[in-house]
Design a protein around this ligand. Structure first.
Ligand code: GLN
Ligand code: ZN
Length: 784
């Protein structure tokens, strides 16, 4: 093995000294920070817990950064990003760079350190965190800057320059990446108390001086390229917003001279007007486009691309885990070269690789066939370089032919195709699926059977997940305990949850979901067409990650998935017990979805599987069935022009799952966001009998829809308290909120329930909170 080590060292040296001069035009927009085994997560969390010093934390960060840079250099990437590593979030890094710290964090004005930075990210004992929101249509969340007309900016974090120098010290010349000034402002929100008329873009003149300082320092440190990420260019912007780009970059032009500037866009194509603005920007050397999601980009480029500029062609998908079809990408690249000129095309990723898993090398449980179809971030970097080499005439034939073989195997594998499912799903598109009678007729029929009080109480599904429960599931999975012991343990837990709800006098019960680790994984594991990774983590926010299942084939349901537990739970009580399912759109939106057929096709397939489950539950005597669509809104396309189509098939998929049940079977759905005013008509069109929605953090917003006269006839349960906080709401407080809802909603359609599932809470919080909730419902019933 010593021999082997010496040998691999030689290979390494060979790479460093012989490959680098040969690097072709290859670029990576950004790279995951989490580390192949979530090193960042564990380092951050032990630092926050006080178990790790700031120095130890810095050491982990530095090691992660250096391994990322070396890996990209070793793979032959020419334009390697720096400053895409972040302790928490790249937008927060920009806030720190600009010294845009909200006053409540009492920052003294010096270089921003961990204290102030993590207080903004997570809050501290005396002040809450800044708001977090979804980064475009990804599952990544960024920290929203809060700005007002009197905001002061100053150069307060030198991270970008430090990272550039750090990489240089390791022998890697990088392209520092900055969130562009216009996108930064467009992604901000007005601080509390700021007048409505305030325009965030009016701050551009105040932040540009800081950007100029940063650029000057990067230049002095030796940087030759700087990448500005301006992804907001793919959104529907108005003329005034577009004008801000023109203004900002002409203002920066003199500072940028002598540097190569790349403006990077991603997540969709750039609309025609924005494309014109972008490609006319002053002082810019290259433009980056997402050629995976940007389906119209090729046409835009054909219609005109500025002479002499570089095109950074994002052909490698940063949002997915599939190996690239290299032959097809190479053809695209060659077409592009024909338009913009030889040596002007740089092979790139469609967006930052932050949104894909880190390294396939750590997947020990996937079989070789499926593995051959996949590429995580580390593999995608290699693909980028292979394409760049091929484009310049140095094609690695072996690499290309093994890629072609994997593509072919994926197309023809019997594991991927299920003719019957294909046929059934194809028949759905363009047709309609609805229950036979309208919702008010159904609610009457259901009420005769269920006989519920007015303002019925219920919960969303999960009850606290104790350490014991997690251990039982883990041991069963590892075959350390028998199936009998497992069933016994889960049954006991369900029984406990049922008894508790009866004691609390809740009207419609749940079984508590003790058998589920995760609401998507649980179903994915029982459906055909899904695969699971062991380390396929993707950052969601800060130290949090998700591990999406991979949908690789046609989806079908070999056997019933929840009937055993749900009918057992129903047999324990006379009260109605909700069957609990995850809806097709949510399963789709929280998975890595196959890219060889349209998303709606896959969604329809899942819908058919869930439909079978719904009907089996009904047959087993479960008369209330909740089909969660927690993530329906998440799939909403960025561009308005594409939203109607998505909503049409998403809502259709939901209806397919329950169009076949009797009037007396009550279908509930649940959604995890209150922000649904703009899609209210689609939600009504889901035609559920009852919808429970998150609401407690924004009463007014939700209720305003109904105040404005939207007719809503189905049952509705806007959450009456926030389950994300350990705080126990009082009876008065809950009654107060129900009263507010009663002012706009008919009492006979209103339900009383928490915001979401209770799995992250403790029993010591859940018991008093639910007890107060039921008490509040009773107080109001007495008054009605
Ligand atoms: N039924 C799920 C639960 O209660 C719903 C979770 C969710 O909406 N995210 O846990
Ligand atoms: Zn929820």
């Amino acid at each position: 093995s010593l021999h082997l080590q010496v040998y691999s060292f030689q290979v390494f040296i060979y790479f460093i000294f012989y490959m680098i001069p040969l690097t072709m035009a290859s670029h990576v927009v950004g790279y995951p920070r989490m580390g192949p085994k979530r090193e960042l997560k564990f380092a951050l969390e032990s630092f926050w817990d006080g178990k790790n010093s700031a120095d130890e934390l810095q050491k982990v960060f530095a090691d992660l950064r250096s391994s990322i840079w070396k890996q990209m250099a070793g793979a032959g990437i020419k334009y390697i990003p720096s400053n895409t590593f972040s302790y928490y979030d790249q937008v927060l890094d920009t806030t720190a760079m600009l010294g845009a710290v909200p006053p409540r964090y009492s920052w003294d004005g010096g270089e921003i350190g961990f204290d102030v930075y993590f207080s903004m990210a997570r809050g501290n004992a005396s002040v809450p965190a800044m708001e977090m929101t979804k980064w475009f249509d990804t599952n990544y969340h960024y920290i929203v800057p809060e700005l007002g007309p009197h905001a002061n900016f100053s150069y307060a974090s030198h991270k970008a320059v430090q990272e550039y120098k750090e990489a240089k010290g390791l022998g890697v010349d990088t392209v520092p990446v900055l969130v562009g000034p216009v996108s930064y402002l467009l992604l901000s929100k007005p601080a509390k108390g700021v007048e409505k008329s305030f325009s965030l873009l009016s701050l551009i003149g105040k932040i540009l001086p800081v950007y100029k300082e940063v650029v000057a320092e990067l230049k002095a440190a030796g940087a030759t390229w700087i990448q500005f990420d301006e992804p907001t260019l793919v959104k529907d912007l108005d003329a005034h917003q577009l004008q801000a780009f023109t203004h900002a970059y002409s203002e920066l032009e003199s500072s940028l001279s002598g540097l190569n500037i790349l403006i990077e866009t991603y997540f969709a194509d750039v609309p025609v007007e924005a494309y014109k603005t972008l490609t006319s920007l002053k002082g810019v050397t290259g433009f980056g486009f997402d050629l995976v999601r940007g389906t119209k980009t090729l046409d835009l480029i054909k219609a005109g691309f500025p002479a002499g500029k570089y095109l950074f062609a994002g052909v490698i998908d940063g949002r997915n885990i599939w190996a690239n079809d290299l032959a097809s990408s190479l053809a695209t690249l060659q077409t592009l070269e024909g338009i913009v000129g030889k040596d002007k095309v740089v092979v790139s990723t469609s967006c930052s690789l932050l949104h894909t898993a880190v390294d396939l090398v750590n997947e020990t449980k996937l079989d070789e066939e499926i593995k051959s179809w996949l590429a995580f971030a580390a593999q995608k970097v290699v693909e980028v370089n292979a394409l760049a080499k091929a484009l310049s005439g140095h094609k690695d034939k072996e690499y290309f032919s093994s890629n072609a073989a994997a593509q072919a195997s994926r197309k023809s594998s019997p594991r991927v195709t299920n003719e019957a499912v294909q046929k059934a799903a194809a028949a759905l598109r363009g047709s309609d699926h609805r229950r036979g009678t309208n919702v008010s007729v159904r609610l009457d029929a259901q009420q005769k059977k269920l006989n519920l009080p007015i303002l019925p109480t219920t919960t969303i599904g999960s009850f606290p997940q104790t350490m014991d429960l997690r251990r039982v599931r883990r041991e069963y999975k590892a075959k350390k305990i028998s199936e009998d012991d497992y069933v016994k343990a889960i049954k006991e837990e369900i029984n406990k949850v049922v008894k508790l709800q009866e004691e609390l006098d809740i009207d419609v019960l749940v079984h508590g979901e003790p058998e589920r680790n995760d609401m998507v994984e649980y179903f994915g594991e029982q459906l055909s067409g899904f695969a699971f990774t062991v380390n396929g983590w993707v950052q969601s926010y800060g130290s949090r990650c998700v591990k999406p299942p991979i949908i690789y084939g046609d989806v079908s349901r070999p056997k019933a998935m929840t009937v055993f537990w749900s009918s057992m739970a129903q047999s324990m009580t006379k009260r109605p017990m909700k069957g609990m399912l995850t809806g097709p759109v949510t399963i789709l939106n929280w998975s890595f979805v196959r890219n060889d057929q349209p998303r709606y096709e896959t969604c329809y397939q899942i819908a058919l599987a869930i439909k079978d489950e719904v009907e089996d539950l009904e047959k087993a005597g479960v008369t209330v069935i909740q089909i969660d669509e927690a993530a329906l809104r998440e799939g909403l396309p960025l561009r308005k022009s594409e939203q109607a189509f998505y909503l049409e098939w998403a809502v259709h998929s939901f209806r397919i799952t329950n169009c076949g049940v009797q009037d007396t079977t009550q279908i509930h759905t649940h959604m995890c966001y209150s922000n649904f005013n703009d899609i209210i008509h689609s939600i009504i069109n889901m035609d559920a009998d009852v919808i429970t929605i998150e609401n407690s953090r924004s009463d007014e917003k939700l209720l305003s829809v109904f105040r404005e006269g939207v007719k809503y006839g189905a049952g509705i349960g806007p959450g009456v308290y926030d389950i994300h906080s350990p705080r126990i709401p009082s009876t008065e407080e809950i009654a107060d909120r129900i009263n507010k809802m009663l002012a706009v909603l008919e009492s006979n359609i209103l339900w009383v329930n928490p915001d979401c599932g209770l799995k992250t809470r403790k029993y010591s919080e859940v018991k008093p909170a639910l007890s107060n909730m039921v008490a509040a419902a009773k107080v109001l019933r007495a008054q009605l």
